[in-house]
Design a protein around this ligand. Sequence first.
Ligand SMILES: *[C@@H]1O[C@H](CO)[C@@H](O)[C@H](O)[C@H]1NC(C)=O
Ligand SMILES: *[C@@H]1O[C@H](CO)[C@@H](O)[C@H](O)[C@H]1NC(C)=O
Ligand SMILES: *[C@@H]1O[C@H](CO)[C@@H](O)[C@H](O)[C@H]1NC(C)=O
Ligand SMILES: *[C@@H]1O[C@H](CO)[C@@H](O)[C@H](O)[C@H]1NC(C)=O
Ligand SMILES: *[C@@H]1O[C@H](CO)[C@@H](O)[C@H](O)[C@H]1NC(C)=O
Ligand SMILES: *[C@@H]1O[C@H](CO)[C@@H](O)[C@H](O)[C@H]1NC(C)=O
Ligand SMILES: *[C@@H]1O[C@H](CO)[C@@H](O)[C@H](O)[C@H]1NC(C)=O
Ligand SMILES: *[C@@H]1O[C@H](CO)[C@@H](O)[C@H](O)[C@H]1NC(C)=O
Ligand SMILES: *[C@@H]1O[C@H](CO)[C@@H](O)[C@H](O)[C@H]1NC(C)=O
Ligand SMILES: CC(=O)N[C@H]1CO[C@H](CO)[C@@H](O)[C@@H]1O
Length: 402
Amino acid sequence: MLLLVVFVCLVRIIHALDNVGSYGKLEFGNVGYDGMRRVIGKVSNSTNENCQCSLTEPTWFSGPNAPLSERLVAHIRGPIKLYKFAFYNVPSFIIGSDNNTQNWTQQAIFDISPGDEYKDIFNVTFMGHRGEDSPCQGRELTFLKQDAVTHSNENPDPRGFVAEIGSGEEFIIFSNFPCPRSGVGQTCGVYRKGIRSNTGFEGQTKLFLFEFTMPPETNTTRKSMRHYDAPAIWVANDRLSRGTEFYHVDNNCSCLYNGCGAYQVFTVNETDTNYMYSALQTFQPTEDGSVVDDVFQGILSNGQFPRPLNTTVRGGVLFDSVGNVVTFLTNRTEFNYVITPEELEDLLYDIPAIGTERILQKGSLVAPNTTKSNIGSTFRAVNSFRLICFSLLTTFIQAFML
Ligand SMILES: *[C@@H]1O[C@H](CO)[C@@H](O)[C@H](O)[C@H]1NC(C)=O
Ligand SMILES: *[C@@H]1O[C@H](CO)[C@@H](O)[C@H](O)[C@H]1NC(C)=O
Ligand SMILES: *[C@@H]1O[C@H](CO)[C@@H](O)[C@H](O)[C@H]1NC(C)=O
Ligand SMILES: *[C@@H]1O[C@H](CO)[C@@H](O)[C@H](O)[C@H]1NC(C)=O
Ligand SMILES: *[C@@H]1O[C@H](CO)[C@@H](O)[C@H](O)[C@H]1NC(C)=O
Ligand SMILES: *[C@@H]1O[C@H](CO)[C@@H](O)[C@H](O)[C@H]1NC(C)=O
Ligand SMILES: *[C@@H]1O[C@H](CO)[C@@H](O)[C@H](O)[C@H]1NC(C)=O
Ligand SMILES: *[C@@H]1O[C@H](CO)[C@@H](O)[C@H](O)[C@H]1NC(C)=O
Ligand SMILES: *[C@@H]1O[C@H](CO)[C@@H](O)[C@H](O)[C@H]1NC(C)=O
Ligand SMILES: CC(=O)N[C@H]1CO[C@H](CO)[C@@H](O)[C@@H]1O
């Protein structure tokens, strides 16, 4: 028995050393849960010190991928250069099933790759937090000029968009579809008066593709910025960026802490910036039933990719119809108008899994209230595997010594 425990623990520890790959996939299973959440009901005094968001009564969400089954936008944080972005959806696709018959159709594309003959742009709008500042909502969401950094009153021709930004800069990719008016029951929910906004990309079963490079930051005057030399590509509920620029646990305008959901697709590891990983930012119970202490950090993937410092890579994230979520990186990724289910299966089948899949618990859960003390005391994540290994080993070693 002791040997078995030692063996299992060693295998896991050795495996942990072998969890980096420049092509491969990071997997989560059972993503999506039944939960409750409050959303913004009213924004008051947006531009003065009495600024606040009041919330609605809690409402339920449920189903595979929930709440990431809702409309999502792609956030791109520097230092990064984005060459391609594409979004696809399909009525149904289950990884490993023989019954996938429907084609994935491209709903949006941004392609400025130098190798391509013409710049293909469709159903994308670039926005950023570049407008008027607010104590509780940060800078308002606006269009961006073609430099991807400065505020613009009009939506410029996206064909001239230079999707290259440094540390501390971020742009967000929305669809071309403008939000209907602000209101609790409306498509875009309640948002700040006067802002420009479009909807995110819809579908329970979704695929986002990217081609990009994440060069090291060379401008040291940016050192004081948040996320210095920590690029990321992440997808988030479109309400997040309409609510606020910053994500604070005690700010009702920040829907991340109210449980609206986000997914870090490729986010650089800030303790070792040569690597990047994935993380699910929801309150879904993990393997042992615990909920993450810090939803901003999220439920981390069991493995990492090397950061593409001086290479250009292609990959993306797939949300299938039963809650399998896979981040993948492979140079065989194609940005065609149609992707057949066989093509997508082949793409994923051929690449190695990096680290083990994280299979979450389906359980239902009431989203925590938005005060820090509450999250801290109600939800506590433990690194269960190491704890169990450690305590079992200690127990057996003690038993053995006696
Ligand atoms: C907005 O601010 C005014 C004072 O400037 C205050 O009287 C009012 O109660 C505030 N509204 C809310 C909803 O906090
Ligand atoms: C957050 O929203 C709740 C519910 O509307 C409200 O009771 C509370 O005062 C708000 N908190 C802040 C800091 O705005
Ligand atoms: C495929 O569909 C058939 C008939 O609907 C069903 O019996 C089978 O279990 C399905 N296979 C998978 C892998 O979902
Ligand atoms: C899927 O796309 C392929 C390639 O474009 C096409 O040949 C096929 O007919 C499509 N299948 C369906 C069901 O639309
Ligand atoms: C653009 O994307 C949005 C969000 O997914 C979708 O509703 C809309 O149909 C797309 N537009 C076109 C013309 O495909
Ligand atoms: C470095 O970053 C600062 C702050 O964003 C900017 O003002 C400056 O132009 C940058 N320098 C170069 C050489 O890009
Ligand atoms: C980030 O890097 C540190 C240091 O190498 C490592 O301990 C940690 O596991 C990494 N994080 C993830 C999510 O892989
Ligand atoms: C690319 O980056 C890697 C990792 O930092 C480094 O080892 C390698 O020398 C770089 N190659 C070139 C051509 O700069
Ligand atoms: C694609 O990646 C594979 C595996 O890393 C590599 O062997 C191959 O040379 C790459 N092909 C291209 C065209 O870069
Ligand atoms: C103290 C407090 O505000 N508790 C609320 C926490 O959230 C649940 C539902 O999300 C409410 O029912 C509680 O009243």
